[in-house]
Design a protein. Structure first.
Length: 153
């Protein structure tokens, strides 16, 4: 299945809205948020905020299904996320990443693989990394930690 960058962004926004909207999160797309590390106007793909306590996360979405130029943008995107004044995350999917860039993404604490099922939008193994990021920012540990793993005496 071929997915455009905007379609992937909308899939991630839909996934977060569907699963975390009932827990107080509000999702925005294409939000202007300051300047990039090279002085350009920054636009965040998905911005998620919990109005009750004003916690937020900025999410950049990258989908790559064939070899291409997105690989070259990943180090810059990760550096730019580090420069944000709010927590940030690069969410990615697709089979077109080079081995080197995939290794960079898999090893970065700022990156999370996420490929939601388009029709169900339920939390699965393919969304786990983003779920953990959202749990860390908003304290949703009860949603991601299985009760079966709780220590019992």
């Amino acid at each position: 299945m071929t997915v455009s960058g905007h379609q992937y962004r909308d899939l991630i926004a839909s996934y977060i809205h569907h699963n975390y909207g009932p827990h107080g999160l509000v999702v925005y797309c294409e939000v202007s948020l300051g300047k990039t590390v090279i002085g350009k106007d920054r636009f965040i793909d998905v911005f998620v905020i919990r109005p009750d306590d004003r916690k937020a996360i900025a999410i950049e979405c990258k989908y790559q299904d064939s070899q291409g130029s997105v690989d070259e943008k990943i180090p810059y995107a990760l550096q730019d996320l580090q420069a944000l004044w709010v927590p940030g995350c690069l969410v990615y999917a697709g089979k077109g990443w080079s081995k080197g860039v995939l290794h960079t993404l898999e090893g970065s604490h700022l990156a999370a693989h996420c490929w939601p099922e388009k029709d169900k939008l339920s939390r699965t193994k393919q969304t786990r990394e983003l779920d953990h990021m959202l749990a860390a920012v908003f304290g949703f540990w009860d949603l991601v930690l299985p009760a079966s793993k709780r220590f019992k005496r």
